[in-house]
Design a protein around this ligand. Structure first.
Ligand code: GDP
Ligand code: MG
Ligand code: ZN
Length: 310
């Protein structure tokens, strides 16, 4: 039975704060509460969710239904991404390729396209990282907000897509968003330092609509420690999250080869020949080892242990 005063329509959650969801619809943005039933069912609406909302006619509404998710991440808590843009600075902070490779693997596992944004190229060319990841088959965007280079190419790539910037604190994510979206004025590192220690510049994922369609989210920075909660993969799943291994999978002497040190391993041979980068192989090995420590129960339960309440 439809209430004639209210209308149900489709929208997307752009932001959430204190139990309110900002939902973008064709008719504008509604500030919504979620249906009480979600809590009982143990479902939490995520930023990026496509939802059905009931428009109460006064700028508010109710999230009535969460439409099926294409994918979702635990940290940052977002759903339905086309692209995970991993921002890694050439300097300050220095790049941590192992963390980067783990984020790439998480994206691959969720079916989200990882792209690598090499930032602060005014400080150093970043050539090595750029070519390492291009050779592995990724789209790589060297950018400098300071010098104003590489921004257009990235903007073009992200247009029409649902994406999220992710990377170390201080890598330059908020600065990048400020130039990608003229008119936006996010706090960046310098500003927050002035405001004092312990202040987090970006607390949660929030989507900003892009000109020409799509939306992009800034996310909180994280320390390497947070990475342990990122995703839970089985040991034998990790290899499928390294796209450049693909041509060699199934070619090892042993069918259950994990490419650690087995004889007749096609992946190790490829690495030996320089077809797979040593740092990527090392990251793979670290992830397999980490996966070995995860209890089977944790994987089935999908416990992301997101402890910051966001
Ligand atoms: N040299 C240089 N510094 C940058 C660039 N982009 C950002 N920064 C600085 O890096 C620091 C962290 O930037 P911010 O955008 O807050 O990083 P976030 O934590 O990833 O959001 C700030 O002091 C920025 O001014 C850049 O292209 N070149
Ligand atoms: Mg930031
Ligand atoms: Zn192998």
């Amino acid at each position: 039975m439809k209430n004639r005063m209210t209308v149900s329509m489709k929208g997307r959650i752009m932001n959430s704060l204190g139990g309110f969801y900002e939902v973008a619809t064709e008719e504008g943005t509604l500030s919504c509460r979620a249906r009480g039933l979600f809590r009982k069912e143990g479902v939490t609406p995520l930023t990026g969710d496509e939802v059905l909302v009931r428009d109460m006619g006064d700028g508010t509404g109710y999230v009535e239904e969460i439409l099926p998710r294409r994918n979702s991440l635990i940290r940052p808590p977002v759903a339905n991404l086309d692209v995970l843009a991993l921002v890694v600075s050439v300097q300050s902070p220095p790049p941590n390729l192992q963390v980067l490779d783990k984020l790439i693997a998480v994206a691959e596992h969720e079916g989200i396209e990882p792209v690598i944004v090499v930032s602060k190229t005014d400080l150093e060319s970043g050539e090595e990282i750029v070519s390492l990841y291009r050779r592995a088959g990724f789209s790589v965007f060297p950018v400098s907000v300071r010098a104003g280079t590489g921004i257009e190419a990235l903007r073009e790539y992200l247009a029409g897509r649902q994406s999220c910037l992710c990377g170390n604190t201080g890598a330059g994510k908020s600065s990048l968003l400020n130039v990608l979206l003229p008119g936006l004025c996010l706090e960046t590192g310098e500003v927050s330092r002035k405001l004092g220690r312990g202040r987090h510049t970006t607390r949660r994922a929030q989507f900003y609509p892009l000109e020409g369609g799509g939306a992009i989210a800034d996310t909180p920075g994280f320390s390497a420690i947070d990475m342990t909660r990122y995703a839970l993969l089985r040991r034998e799943e990790v290899q499928t999250c390294f796209q450049e291994f693909e041509p060699y999978l199934g070619r090892c002497r042993f069918q259950d080869c994990l490419h650690l040190c087995e004889a007749g391993c096609a992946v190790l041979e490829a690495a030996e020949k320089g077809e797979i980068a040593p740092s990527r192989l090392a990251s793979y090995h670290a992830l397999v080892e980490e996966a070995g420590k995860v209890k089977e129960w944790d994987i089935r339960a999908g416990t992301g242990k997101n402890t910051d309440g966001s």
